[in-house]
Design a protein around this ligand. Structure first.
Ligand SMILES: Cc1cc2nc3c(=O)[nH]c(=O)nc-3n(C[C@H](O)[C@H](O)[C@H](O)COP(=O)(O)OP(=O)(O)OC[C@H]3O[C@@H](n4cnc5c(N)ncnc54)[C@H](O)[C@@H]3O)c2cc1C
Ligand code: FES
Ligand code: FES
Length: 1287
């Protein structure tokens, strides 16, 4: 393309400089590329690394910053959050940016937001935390600006509880389960009930509100908000005109200027993009580079909001939040006057959008055109010369074509069915209905005089108004039969286009919403959801302990995570000459790779080279696991879709990513067998075995689940002297990464050093999969003799990482008439993907995801139980009850981990939870609810878990420095599970046994440092819930050694001076050459290596028969933690695991195309739980059983509960990282119970009243379409038919 940059100089001048502030610091940038994202700028060119890259598409909130704009005319500052991954530098001229470091930091002091996040234990891996803090900060800033609210009490803000909860609705967190985050947010709210705030380190349960408030880090409204920098106020009031080498940025201030700029596009001299917020690129990803950008926001016509008697005109660049605010004001001032008919949802003047005479103003060249909304939508997309100027929402009154009398009422309602009620999610269907109804009731009903019905987002190019349908209804007296006829007509009109997912479901939603809207006018009141009210009641039964080990100590580093100062691999500054890599993966399941073209025409500049298997100096091994190895790159044959083929190395991560995306791989499939894409095919082609005819057979299937750690895979490799390589890796298994890298490079192990400080979440996905990422960087760095790093983007990560093993299960179950299961035969086909073990398919290789196997097993067990109950027409809970293990049966199935009878706490937990959750009473209430409600059904379910874990060997090293401070290294990796916190607690406890003065303050003297594979060898794998426990034990053993070495000296000093301080003791030890460093490899003995964890959950859900939506009303959990070492950490682990389980069982659809390529590969399509999809009430109780006498350390599986016995021996705590995930099956079971009720109801409308023993097969995940389909896509029609028949 020929560039003629002079073309623009006739219309505008470029100032070539961008001026803005970040955290009060002035930036004046010349020659900067204005199309750089704010995130790239902050992360790579400033020290402000708190903005985290997680999705790069506006879908997670990890990169959120506060953007403040000053308006000199009004002398006001506008503050709002933006996703820095989408905001371009050109658009922030004159703005002030505040990041998490700017809110508060370790040098200038932390902000109470950060301190409360820390004290409420609202940060685990910490990767989401800075974004969360900024979101809350923005809400506080804006609440302070409201002047129509009463002054809050001291210590609180003007924020309301509801606003506090909503402030983080767009932020994702994969670790915490949100409850503690919501509590931290709510603690600032003026209307908060302190009793509602859950477990925290500020106060103990039962303390008065005054005491609680006095313990909270104080919030001073005057000083807590950063002021807009004066230097910006005086300097910049206009947008940027920047001419950089890469592109030009224009901020025209008049329509004339815009027209001449657009003229360039007509002449095709440059490629130009019109821009406002640039959030569109979050969805419509752009790989092309533009020569120029035109920012519309400085042209007054684009920012107008004009109200008059004919309507409201909104400029094309008005922010959606401003438009909503305006319409809300309108609602208050005008519409309510006439909205006398009581509807439970609020009415807004968006009704005006439904008018056919809505005015759209567009501009093409010099001419302006006014179109109706329908004319506008009916046109082809705007060409590059045409811009949208404004949209006018006309008044109903001014356009009404039908007469309006005093008995007429206007009804307006909007509907949205989406996987998340509040959070960011593409809806299955949107609808807006407006009706003018005559309330002068005739004997046959109300008359619909005028109406508008609009449906959108259901699989058409744009929203449609169904005129034919409106014509049918207008003038009709509303009756059941008219409604039935209307619905039959609507079914033929709202039909998604081919290729849309769940088309029948979407059409059924249109019917359902219409029914909800009109049926109240036909004497059938319909309940409408009350929206989100989050009530949490996180509590623990932690009993007082007279030792510091049981304290809910704040998580190590939590405050640094909240301020964004905690360093993750990608925060390490790039060394000089650093290069960046990106993977090219196979898009064919089975093919020969003939060649790779980097697309010279379109590929960005800066590509350095392509690394393939041929460039590997040693072995082609990308990862090792206990099952075998996986190649780093496909050799000639790719054996699975998503397999790594090559690594593009470029000068920036962005260029590497674009080059990898645009690369063209040439495949050859000649003479190859067709690929194996399912476990069924795998079995067929391998002719495995035949399933014998079972007694009560059934078949169930389970899909995969993606880890969704917030920090994607990343590594940095730095070549060192003499063929050595230092690799910083975000990995759960540095030891094997070390061996893999050495193997790939063909060097001895001692040439390699792998370092890992912390992970932004792991969940199993960084055990094996990270090895290839680290090895790829190491190989490239070795070849190029330069540092190479990679931060794998979300899409690549989702495609290549594999996820949980999909399963197909065939079972046969035998049982007695009382429900006692006597035999169970399971045939499980496990799809392992292209490498290692079991069914080999040409799909991505799978790996362990939190609670691997057990998550699926819990589903299988409950499906079998449900099957038995349904066959026998018994209550499911009775069947569960009768099948709880006895001590004998437990010993039969778990001979090496059964433990003493007292350790088998499940039966007592089972009964206890029935009582604390009022299970039986609520079961009756649920029945009553179901009797009284047609369109909502509830289900309640109590589910137990028995979860065996195994300890592994783990090293530890404790060193005491001259000043008495202590440094600890362990094999375990900190990834949010609180491992460092527990290790610190254990170190303080262990060294405290030396019993000299000052040891009560040892906790503050302990620092746990990064894992380094050359400093502490045999580090092993951090997984399986037991690594914290094993690391603590390793540290305890080290402490024992040190105490033994120090004790004689201490006693000698005591004899001499009577008492001795810790610092004095250590100084003396240095003088006396006592070895103050001890290391060990803790190896569990056979009797304590395996043990079982127990827990029970009761969940109650409500399903909506119209939409299929499931709301989790309440969850109660009791989990046996032994004797919790840190109940705060354990509670966080239980809640976080449970919510991740909700994701697996209810929300996270892992979809592939016909070749097996993952298509749910971004935040738009893959929906992890958000704050609005967790239980409305969540009660977790940690049982401090302390029965595990045989074990040296006694905490169950996720955390550690230590208890001193009489012999001063420590008892093991129990782990909580993985087992509680499986308790989320209780939500699935409760949903199944509710669905069963719904089906019973719908069957009764069809005249079938006999009990139904058909097994309800509820898929995993039980998404809205799945639930709705089981309830009956045509349930509304059936109801209407039944009603018509009755009358
Ligand atoms: C997290 C997230 C949630 C979202 N949710 C929604 C949602 O609920 N509903 C929804 O509809 N969209 C949604 N979007 C998509 C998109 O961000 C919005 O549609 C938004 O309105 C785009 O506004 P913008 O100012 O950022 O436009 P930009 O991204 O700056 O522009 C979008 C496109 O329009 C062109 N353009 C801009 N202004 C004009 C003009 N005046 N005339 C002609 N062309 C113009 C641009 O060249 C570009 O091609 C979402 C996006 C994100 C990241
Ligand atoms: S929203 Fe920007 S990284 Fe996710
Ligand atoms: S703490 Fe929120 S993602 Fe880890």
């Amino acid at each position: 393309m020929v560039k003629n940059t002079n073309a623009m100089d006739t219309t505008t001048t470029t100032n070539q400089s961008l001026v803005f502030a970040v955290n009060g610091q002035r930036f004046d940038l010349c020659n900067v590329d204005p199309s750089t994202t704010l995130l790239e700028f902050l992360r790579y060119q400033t020290p402000f690394k708190s903005v985290k890259l997680s999705c790069g598409e506006g879908g997670c909130g990890a990169c959120v910053v506060l953007l403040s704009k000053y308006d000199s005319a009004s002398d006001k500052v506008e503050d709002f959050t933006v996703s820095s991954c989408l905001t371009l530098l050109g658009s922030i001229n004159g703005c002030s940016i505040t990041t998490a470091e700017g809110i508060g930091n370790s040098k200038d002091g932390f902000h109470p937001i950060q301190e409360r996040f820390s004290g409420f234990h609202a940060s685990q891996c910490g990767f989401c935390t800075p974004g969360m803090c900024v979101s809350l900060y923005s809400a506080l800033v804006n609440a302070e600006k409201t002047d129509n609210r009463p002054e809050p009490c001291q210590g609180f803000s003007k924020l309301t509880v509801s606003e506090a909860e909503k402030s983080i609705a767009g932020n994702l967190c994969r670790c915490t389960g949100y409850r503690p985050i919501v509590d931290a947010c709510k603690s600032f709210a003026t209307d908060v009930d302190m009793e509602d705030l859950g477990f925290n380190s500020f106060w103990r349960k039962g303390e008065s509100n005054e005491v609680k408030l006095s313990r909270l880090p104080p919030y001073d409204r005057k000083n807590a908000i950063r002021v807009f920098p004066d230097f910006l106020k005086n300097e910049t009031t206009v947008g940027a005109n920047v001419d950089s080498q890469r592109c030009r940025w224009f901020s025209p201030v008049s329509l004339e200027e815009l027209q001449s700029l657009l003229q360039m596009e007509v002449n095709k001299v440059v490629s130009t993009k019109i821009i406002v917020g640039n959030t569109g690129t979050g969805y419509y990803k752009e790989l092309v580079h533009y020569d120029s950008y035109i920012d519309l926001r400085y042209i007054p016509e684009f920012s107008i909001i004009r109200k008059d008697s004919t309507g409201i005109e909104i400029g094309a660049a008005v922010m959606i939040s401003k438009a909503i605010e305006t319409l809300k004001e309108e609602k208050e001032s005008e519409f309510n006057k006439e909205a006398k008919l009581v509807f439970k949802k609020s009415v807004t003047t968006w009704r005006r959008l439904l008018q056919s005479s809505s005015g759209i103003q567009i501009m093409k060249g010099q001419s302006r055109l006014k179109l109706t909304l329908e004319e506008f939508l009916g046109r082809p997309p705007l060409d590059s010369e045409t811009v949208l100027l404004s949209i006018k929402i006309p008044c109903w009154e001014s356009n009404r074509s039908v007469s309006y009398d005093a008995h007429d009422k206007l009804l307006f309602q909007t509907y949205r069915a989406a996987p998340r009620p509040l959070g960011n999610a593409l809806p299955y269907l949107n609808a807006a209905f407006l009706a003018q109804v005559s309330l002068r009731k005739s004997p046959t009903g109300f008359m619909l005089k005028n109406c508008r019905f609009v449906f959108g987002a259901y699989g058409t190019k744009h929203a449609i108004r169904v005129k034919e349908f409106e014509e049918f209804l207008c003038g009709k007296l509303l009756s059941i039969s008219v409604l039935y006829e209307a619905i039959r007509l609507l079914e033929t009109l709202v039909i998604p286009e081919d290729g849309t997912s769940s088309p029948a479901y979407r059409s059924s939603l249109a019917v359902g919403f219409l029914f909800e809207f009109l049926s109240p006018l036909i004497d059938y009141p319909v309940e409408i959801s009350n929206g989100l009210v989050n009530q949490y009641n996180g509590a623990s039964l932690f009993k007082d302990s007279n030792q510091e080990l049981g304290e809910p100590t704040i998580k190590t580093g939590a405050i640094l995570q909240a301020s964004g100062e905690a360093i993750y691999v990608d925060d390490i500054p790039s060394p000089k000459d650093c290069l960046y890599g990106a993977f090219i993966y196979s898009t064919e399941p089975l093919a020969r790779v003939k060649g790779i073209k980097l697309n010279p025409g379109t590929s960005p500049d800066g590509v350095i080279t392509l690394i393939t298997s041929k460039d590997i100096p040693g072995l082609n091994v990308g990862s090792m696991s206990f099952f075998g190895t996986e190649p780093l790159y496909a050799d000639e044959l790719t054996e699975g879709i998503g397999q790594r083929i090559a690594f593009v190395v470029a000068d920036t991560q962005k260029n590497a990513d674009i080059a990898a995306t645009l690369a063209v791989v040439e495949y050859d499939k000649e003479n190859l067998e067709p690929p194996i894409l399912s476990v069924e095919e795998a079995v067929e082609r391998c002719s495995f075995y035949k399933v014998p005819p079972p007694l009560y057979p059934n078949q169930i299937k389970l899909g995969s689940q993606y880890y969704f750690y917030m920090e994607t895979q990343t590594a940095l490799a730095i070549p060192d002297e003499d063929d050595c390589m230092v690799v910083y890796s975000s990995i759960q298994f540095p030891e094997y990464a070390h061996n893999t890298i050495a193997g790939c490079l063909g060097v001895p192990d001692h040439n390699v050093r792998v370092k890992t400080r912390r992970l932004g979440g792991g969940f199993g996905g960084k055990a094996v999969k990270s090895m290839a990422v680290a090895s790829a960087c190491a190989v490239a760095a070795y070849r190029l003799h330069r540092p190479v790093r990679v931060y794998v983007n979300r899409k690549f990560d989702m495609i290549m990482s594999g996820g949980r093993h999909p399963m197909k299960i065939t079972y046969s179950v035998g049982f007695k008439s009382n429900g006692k299961i006597t035999a169970l035969k399971l045939d499980i086909l496990l799809d392992s993907g292209m490498f290692v073990d079991l069914c080999k398919t040409n799909l991505p290789s799978r790996a362990a995801v939190r609670a691997p196997g057990d998550a699926q097993a819990s589903y299988i067990c409950e499906a079998v139980i449900e099957h038995v109950a349904s066959y026998l027409s018994m209550e499911v809970d009775s069947v569960r009850n009768i099948n709880l293990h006895t001590q004998n049966s437990l010993g039969f199935f778990f001979p090496s981990s059964v433990g003493e009878p007292l350790e088998y706490t499940l039966p007592s937990i089972w009964d206890r939870l029935a009582s604390t959750s009022s299970f039986y009473k609520r079961t009756e209430m649920v029945k009553e609810f179901n009797r009284c409600h047609n369109w909502k059904k509830r289900g309640i379910s109590r589910v137990p878990i028995v979860y065996e874990v195994m300890m592994r060997s783990t090293p530890g090293k404790v060193s005491i420095l001259r000043d008495g401070s202590i440094v600890v290294e362990v094999g375990g990796i900190e990834m949010g599970q609180g491992l460092w916190t527990k290790v610190k607690q254990m170190t303080a406890y262990g060294l405290g046994l030396v019993k000299c003065s000052g040891t009560q303050d040892l906790l503050e003297k302990v620092r746990v440092i990064e894992a380094d594979t050359l400093s502490v060898i045999q580090g092993g794998l951090t997984a399986g819930s037991t690594t914290s426990e094993a690391s603590c034990e390793a540290v305890r053993l080290c402490c024992n050694i040190l105490v033994e070495r120090l004790t004689p000296l201490k006693e000698k000093l005591m004899e001499q001076v009577g008492s001795v301080e810790w610092e004095t003791l250590i100084l003396e030890a240095y003088r006396n050459s006592v070895n103050l460093s001890a290391n060990t490899l803790y190896t569990p003995n056979l009797s304590s290596m395996r043990y079982i964890n127990y827990g029970v959950a009761v969940s109650e859900v409500e399903i909506n028969l119209i939409t299929g939506e499931t709301t989790i009303l309440r969850t109660d959990i009791i989990y046996d933690c032994g004797q919790s070492l840190n109940p705060a950490v354990d509670l966080g682990q239980i809640e976080g695991a449970y919510v991740q389980g909700i994701g697996f069982f209810m929300l996270e659809e892992y979809l592939t195309n016909s070749d097996g390529l993952v298509i749910t590969d971004n935040t738009w399509t893959y929906k992890i739980p958000t704050v609005d999809t967790i239980p409305k009430q969540f009660n977790v109780e940690i049982l401090n059983s302390g029965h595990h006498k045989d074990r040296v350390l006694s905490s169950k599986g996720m955390s550690f509960n230590y208890m001193l016995t009489i012999s001063q021996q420590l008892i093991l705590p129990l782990p909580s990282g993985e087992p509680p995930l499986t308790l989320a099956v209780s939500v699935h079971c409760a949903t199944r119970a509710a669905v069963r009720e719904a089906r019973r109801q719908v069957r009764s409308w069809g005249g079938e009243n006999k009990p139904d023993s058909t097994l309800v097969q509820l898929e995993v995940p039980a998404t809205m379409p799945v639930v709705k389909e089981l309830c009956g896509l045509d349930c509304v029609q059936k109801y209407l038919q039944w009603t018509v028949g009755k009358n």
